[in-house]
Write a protein that binds this ligand. Structure first.
Ligand SMILES: [Zn+2]
Length: 206
């Protein structure tokens, strides 16, 4: 009985958090409706619900309930950047990236706990560490995937202008990073369209 509780309870808590947190997080923001969002919804065949966060930073984030929260800074940055950022978030929604991350997390947590409590501490800890690394790797792959989707949806030039304008070119990425470096992201986008990119071409922010 104890074994079942120990193994089943943590995944249940994660599941509950996954279901409730987007609702709680996105409820407080008011909805945004404009022509550009309607156009992108139609173009991507995705029902995009956009909400606004009063934040001067330029940022956007999508939640598992299909809501994209954009910051006031992004809204004020202009239509081209808003389109590009929304396209990236639609890429995450279309790819069901948060659901896939959840399922993988649940499987790894359940298996890790089972190993830790029933098989061997060493094996359980190895899988726990391996799981963290794997989830971070998957997160970086999902970023590439959303980039590629966005570049196809709004055009490569338009999408990369967002990355070049607002991402920090000096930001490093390592095995625990959730995002790849800007250089690697641009390189992937360029590769998928048959272009080459050199690190000198990425200037400083702004
Ligand atoms: Zn992303």
């Amino acid at each position: 009985m104890d074994m079942i509780i120990f193994t089943v309870l943590p995944p249940l808590i994660i599941l509950l958090f996954y279901v409730t947190s987007p609702l709680l997080l996105t409820r407080k923001y008011k909805g945004v409706n404009n022509r550009l969002i309607d156009e992108l919804s139609a173009l991507s065949n995705t029902d995009v619900k956009v909400k606004l966060k009063d934040d001067p930073e330029v940022n956007a984030i999508s939640y598992p309930n299909g809501v994209v929260v954009v910051t006031l800074g992004l809204l004020q940055a202009g239509d081209e950047y808003l389109r590009a950022a929304l396209a990236h978030e639609i890429g995450h929604i279309r790819g069901r990236h948060s659901l896939k991350t959840l399922l993988l997390t649940l499987a790894l947590v359940t298996l890790s706990i089972f190993l830790l409590t029933n098989v061997s501490l060493a094996l359980g800890l190895t899988l726990t560490i391996g799981s963290i690394l794997l989830l971070r790797y998957v997160s970086r792959m999902f970023e590439y995937s959303a980039d590629s989707f966005a570049a196809r949806l709004v055009g490569e030039a338009s999408y990369t202008s967002l990355l070049l304008r607002y991402m920090n070119p000096n930001e490093k990425s390592w095995i625990l990073s959730s995002h790849p470096t800007i250089y690697n992201r641009l390189k992937r986008i360029a590769r998928s369209s048959g272009m080459e990119i050199k690190s000198e071409e990425i200037g400083p922010l702004g």
